[in-house]
Design a protein around this ligand. Structure first.
Ligand SMILES: NC(=O)c1ccc[n+]([C@@H]2O[C@H](COP(=O)([O-])OP(=O)(O)OC[C@H]3O[C@@H](n4cnc5c(N)ncnc54)[C@H](O)[C@@H]3O)[C@@H](O)[C@H]2O)c1
Length: 311
């Protein structure tokens, strides 16, 4: 049987890297994307790829696409997050969209779904690194709506693997401190660092674990995907300063905002055992590879799922 992937949100950062990898492996791919944050130009023009400009919120469209295309696997990479006050849009895309995908797969005999989940699903965790068994305590619109979507998928009866992801760094990254510092420091603008800890995972490491999820029989359920090592935002700033070869400017360290979490470091140990996978790139290598990508291709957008700080 021909390998066929339906990728929702396939024009986004993760989706477009997945498209590139699996086109080169000879897969046939259908992308459904409304281009809220993704871009058409992220996708190549080739006969093995069909791109549908539409939304996962449209249940009939999702059902028709699954019925006609008959994917071997659906990868759910669509997500809404860019306006933290737009709760309705987040719920529509992240929760209702997930329901529509589950229903279409159930109706049309597609058994396997790979879903991507945010660490904000854990909210403010009690322990760091966060074990996969930690309670789901989201408190942001993005986190709440993604948590609900994941639960519908995991409880659908389908073979659902939900990868709970660290901050993935790679081509077209448009969110978080790395593109922000890179852009602002190049323009000679001031920066600040939130007093927080994050784990950063290289795109290649992410694509390697995704490949295992696509090609092997992995028990259904949720898995943390990360290095398990936390680095401060100031350390990211320092790496960007070194990379740009500028003299380090003064940078205030500010307390995390009310809508943010101080420490987000996922514990990947359970995942490492089940997948027989481990991240290859460490923090410094990952940031360096990201900055070299920006040197070559530039930063196009900068999005955030956090509210803009009040002046
Ligand atoms: N990149 C990361 O580090 C990271 C970390 C944790 C979780 N995730 C999850 O991984 C997935 C991909 O994230 P990303 O970083 O590529 O973000 P992204 O914004 O680049 O990609 C999301 C894509 O979904 C599309 N989209 C939004 N609403 C849609 C809708 N209603 N219908 C169809 N498409 C829609 C956007 O246009 C975009 O192309 C998301 O589910 C996100 O929650 C990513």
């Amino acid at each position: 049987m021909k390998n066929k992937l339906l990728i929702t949100g396939g024009a986004g950062c993760l989706g477009s890297s997945i498209v590139d990898k699996y086109l080169s492996k000879g897969y046939t791919i259908l992308v459904l994307d409304n281009f809220a944050t993704g871009k058409k130009q992220n996708l190549p023009d080739t006969s093995n790829l069909r791109v549908v400009d539409g939304s996962v919120v449209d249940a009939d469209l999702v059902n028709v696409l699954v019925k006609e295309f008959r994917p071997t696997i659906v990868i759910n990479s669509a997500a809404a997050y860019k306006d933290p006050t737009n709760w309705r849009e987040d719920v529509e895309t992240n929760t209702i969209g997930s329901i529509n995908i589950a229903k279409a797969c159930l109706e049309n005999g597609v058994e396997k779904i790979i879903n991507f989940q945010t660490a904000l699903n854990y909210g403010r965790p009690d322990t760091t690194p966060i074990p996969i068994t930690a309670a789901s305590k989201p408190f942001t619109s993005y986190g709440i709506s993604k948590a609900a979507g994941e639960q519908f998928l995991l409880n659908s009866g389908l073979n659902v693997i939900s990868l709970r992801l660290a901050n993935i760094c790679g081509p077209r990254l448009a969110i978080g401190p790395i593109p922000t510092f890179y852009t602002r420091l190049k323009e000679g603008k001031n920066c600040f660092c939130s007093d927080s800890l994050r784990d950063f995972l290289d795109m290649e490491d992410f694509l390697n674990i995704l490949h295992i999820a696509i090609t092997q029989q992995i028990p259904k359920g949720a898995y943390n995907v990360s290095t398990g090592v936390g680095s401060s935002i100031k350390e990211v700033f320092d790496e960007v300063v070194i990379h740009l070869g500028i003299s380090a400017p003064e940078v205030p360290i500010v307390a995390v905002g009310a809508d943010d979490v101080k420490e987000v470091v996922l514990d990947p140990s359970y995942t490492e055992n089940i997948f027989n996978w481990k991240a290859k790139y460490n923090f410094k290598q990952t940031i360096k590879r990201q900055l070299e990508w920006y040197d070559k291709y530039g930063v196009t957008d900068i999005f955030s799922h956090l509210a803009v700080p009040k002046k």
